[in-house]
Design a protein around this ligand. Structure first.
Ligand code: DUC
Ligand code: ZN
Length: 459
């Protein structure tokens, strides 16, 4: 039993000074003043913000990409998560062509046996379509991998006809999918052009120059039109740019439901990082879609503020400096992705709330309430309410921390935001009532459990 006293409890609707009592993993009482029952541990949270555990609905742990595998597996990735206040992650099970959806999901359950330090769930990625796969959709929902993922680029991509069939089937089953929206024909053509020039082939900057915002916006527009025909609500993951946002606005103006995720890297990093020297300094920022312009960052912050973006997750997909060197002679071979799961909460507070770009309530909405509702976990997760899991983050808004690879929990050998001053600290993290992290360090490992998710709530 744990009593958190004197803190400011944050919800999307407002903040209030209250005490919170948790017992046997659940929140059992919230009131202005609660006397500690006998034998109860008491945590004084005076001056602190008390959030529901953050949810990261977009991680890639133990993922094979470009002939290598992410340096963070479920063990290290979930430790990094919980150190930064994320108490639930949703990773992407993948059924590669030739595998059944059930086999794909079985593989991801096996990966999670590495040990998880936060709670975890799975989306399921669909990479091909036939009657047997269509028949497995209810199995996935029954196993709690109730939302899906599709790609419009990469070797996991499916074509427009397949996307439409997937959306029609998911509608029948009461669920939806996220989509990686980039026009693969456009990108492949530019990549061929750039790689035929020896200098451009070795330049990291070729990565972002061959994946323009037009490629993303066109794919978002097409995805939305397919969703309109299927009459299906859809999710655009990792939105990076103002042009893409315009496509989403157009779909919404037609009456469609489109949910949008962005990630901290698109809010605080820009494409000038690809011009850094040497290769090792620039290649760490290679991810897809790529980082964009400062004007895009401003548009994304405003869209969060205005409620046009519903969730902020990370697309955590970490590779070491050595792994990134796989693309030293050919930018197309740089494994794409960067770490992020550890610092999302502190970055959203420091760069968002402390700098006046978003309110603390909005931060709670996009990191807690909205992902819990959209991904079928509400009110078990995502809210400080009686009966909910006692996943609790105590954030100290008066502390200052410097981002440093020396103190990070992820196995990655660099921190993309190295040297950034964070104007907060994650003072304590509770996972179902157990203290699992203090001041960015994990104090209790392997407490994570699988979250069997329900159907999405369309809000
Ligand atoms: N983008 C990346 O950069 N890495 C993994 C998957 C993705 O969509
Ligand atoms: Zn991803």
């Amino acid at each position: 039993m744990i009593l958190i006293k004197n803190g400011t409890l944050v919800s999307p609707d407002g903040c209030r000074r209250a005490d919170l009592l948790a017992d046997e993993g659940k929140i059992v009482k919230i009131a202005g003043r609660i006397e500690a029952p006998e034998g109860c541990e008491v945590k004084d949270a005076a001056g602190m913000l008390v959030f529901p555990g953050f949810i990261d609905a977009h991680t890639h742990f133990d993922l094979h990409v470009a002939g290598t595998v992410t340096i963070d597996d479920f063990a290290s990735g979930t430790k990094a998560a919980v150190a930064g206040g994320t108490t639930t992650i949703i990773d992407f099970g993948t059924a590669y062509p030739g595998e059944t959806l059930n086999e794909g999901l079985d593989n991801w359950f096996r990966k999670a046996e590495a040990g998880c330090s936060c709670d975890y769930g799975f989306h399921q990625t669909i990479t091909e379509w036939n009657e047997a796969i269509s028949a497995e959709i209810p199995d996935m929902i029954g196993r709690g991998a109730s939302t899906f993922k599709i790609y419009m680029t990469y070797d996991t991509q499916i074509d427009d006809a397949t996307i439409l069939k997937v959306l029609q089937r998911l509608k029948e089953c009461g669920t939806t999918t996220g989509c990686h929206c980039e026009n693969s024909g456009l990108i492949d053509t530019l990549r061929e052009e750039y790689s035929s020039d020896p200098e451009k082939k070795r330049a990291v900057s070729s990565h972002y120059l061959t994946r323009p915002d037009s490629a993303e916006a066109e794919a978002i527009g097409r995805y939305c039109y397919l969703a309109e025909v299927a009459d299906e609500p859809v999710i655009d993951v990792h939105l990076t740019c103002a042009k893409g946002l315009d496509e989403i606005r157009a779909a919404r103006a037609r009456g469609q439901k489109v949910y949008v995720e962005t990630c901290p890297q698109y809010l605080v990093m820009d494409d000038s990082l690809y011009e850094r020297e040497p290769f090792e300094e620039a290649s760490r920022y290679v991810c897809a879609p790529p980082l964009r312009k400062k004007s895009d960052q401003d548009a994304l912050w405003k869209a969060i503020r205005d409620g046009e973006i519903q969730t902020v997750s990370t697309d955590h997909c970490s590779f070491t400096t050595e792994q990134k060197r796989l693309g030293k002679e050919d930018f197309r071979k740089i494994p794409g992705g960067m770490p992020g799961v550890e610092l999302r909460g502190p970055v959203m507070y420091s760069e968002g709330v402390a700098k006046g770009r978003i309110s603390v309530e909005k931060m709670c909405e996009v990191l807690c309430g909205n992902p819990a509702r959209l991904y079928g976990m509400y009110p078990q997760k995502g809210t400080l309410s009686v009966g909910s899991d006692a996943d609790i983050v105590i954030l100290d808004p008066s502390a200052h921390r410097l981002v440093s690879v020396e103190t990070q929990v992820s196995r990655c050998d660099y921190a993309p935001l190295e040297g950034m001053e964070l104007s907060c600290a994650i003072a304590a993290v509770y996972l179902r009532g157990t203290l699992v992290a203090e001041d960015g360090r994990v104090v209790c490992e392997n407490q994570g459990r699988y979250v069997k998710r329900g159907l999405p709530e369309y809000f």
